[in-house]
Structures are given as structure tokens and as C-alpha cells.
Design a protein around this ligand. Structure first.
Ligand code: URA
Length: 204
């Protein structure tokens, strides 16, 4: 089967990404961190880019941020990473964990766009500024963007903080991140036809 959602197309995309030399990040990488999880998932997370541990493991969010993400996923969504899909804006590690540069984001953008196209999730949760700005086409910061859902393709996008920021900030930021995941859970249930579309009740 070839076409949207096709395993052949998804594997072809992964193979192409694993050989990618479209930007200078390719020269410093140990591994391309393409993504992990179920390519048929209804929920997709999009982070920023791999750090040192992800570069070594070839899997997104395996370090401290990933441990927090796994915990929040379990506690707020009752799921583990095998039931969603996790990808990043850039697939190769920026040196010294610096922010990805605009040219690097642009070079990598088609991979994320194709991943989203093929997975066709009902709900996308963006983690941090870079993913929210790229997918919503805005320069607003995450503090202004979070607290609501945005129409995105045929589904919804829920912006939340990057787990590394929540680890640094704790308290209020973590509580807001939990509220964002509850929002995502509600939208997933609505998309699955299992819950009434309750109007958004302000910012959590
Ligand atoms: N931070 C990210 O944005 N992505 C990862 O995969 C790991 C840390």
C-alpha cells in the first residue's frame, strides 16, 4: 500500500532522513533521530531537536526531559510512548545543544511535514517555542500561545512548554503543562467520538 498512512511511504521517508546531508548538522551527528512510536497514532508530540543522549540513542526524548515527558504522558494521558508518535523539528543534534538555526529548521522542515502528513494525527502537542512557532507559523512565544488549542490540518494543535523548561521551572509551569495534556486528552476523546465537545473554559 502506498499513500497517506502507508508503511512503505513512512519507511521510505525514514530511509531518506537517515541519509540526509541537507544542512551542516549532518556533519556533527552520531545518528539521525527520526522519531519513535506508532505511525498510526492519533496523538503526536513535536519537540525541538535531539540532545546528546538522543544523538547517541537515535531516539527522541530519552534524557531527563524525556523521562519527564514519559511521566506526564502516563499520569495525564494514561499512555506510554508506544501509543503516540514523537518527533522533533530538527532530526540532528545542534552542537552544544544550541538552538536550531533558521536554515537548519528550513532544511529539515519537509521531513516533519511528511511525518505529519503520513501519520495524520488528530492532536499534535508541540513542546516549546520552536515546534509551536513552526507549525503555527507565528513568532509568538509559548507563554502567549499555550492555554488553548488551535485548528491544525484536520485536527487540533495544543502548544505546551518544553519539558526541559518545566524541569528548570517546576511548580506553576509543570501544572500548566499538565493542564495542556489534559486538554489534549479531551480533544483526543472528542476526535474519537467518545466525548462531547465541551467549550474551552479559559486557560488551565
Ligand atoms: N529535547 C527535544 O526537543 N527533543 C529531544 O528529542 C530531546 C530533548
Amino acid at each position: 500500500m502506498v499513500g497517506p498512512g502507508s508503511p512503505v511511504a513512512f519507511e521510505a521517508l525514514r530511509a531518506e532522513a537517515l541519509d540526509c546531508v541537507r544542512c551542516p548538522l549532518s556533519r556533527g551527528r552520531t545518528q539521525v533521530v527520526f522519531g519513535v512510536g506508532d505511525p498510526h497514532a492519533r496523538l503526536m508530540f513535536v519537540g525541538e531537536g535531539p540532545g546528546r543522549e538522543e544523538d547517541l540513542a537515535g531516539e527522541p526524548f530519552v534524557g531527563r526531559s524525556g523521562k519527564l515527558l514519559d511521566r506526564l504522558m502516563q499520569e495525564e494521558l494514561s499512555m506510554d510512548r508506544s501509543r503516540c508518535y514523537i518527533a522533533n523539528v530538527v532530526k540532528c543534534r545542534p552542537p552544544e545543544n544550541r538552538d536550531p538555526l533558521p536554515d537548519e529548521i528550513e532544511a529539515c522542515r519537509p521531513y516533519l511535514a511528511s511525518q505529519i502528513e503520513l501519520i495524520d494525527p488528530s492532536v499534535v502537542v508541540t513542546l516549546g517555542n520552536f515546534a509551536a512557532r513552526l507549525l503555527l507559523g507565528t513568532s509568538e512565544g509559548i507563554r502567549a500561545l499555550r492555554g488553548r488549542a488551535y485548528p491544525f490540518r484536520r485536527g487540533q494543535l495544543v502548544p505546551t512548554y518544553h519539558p526541559a523548561f518545566a524541569l528548570r521551572s517546576g511548580g506553576q509551569v509543570l501544572a500548566e503543562m499538565r493542564a495542556d495534556l489534559v486538554r489534549a486528552k479531551r480533544l483526543l476523546a472528542v476526535a474519537a467520538g467518545g466525548a462531547p465537545a465541551v467549550p474551552e473554559l479559559g486557560r488551565g
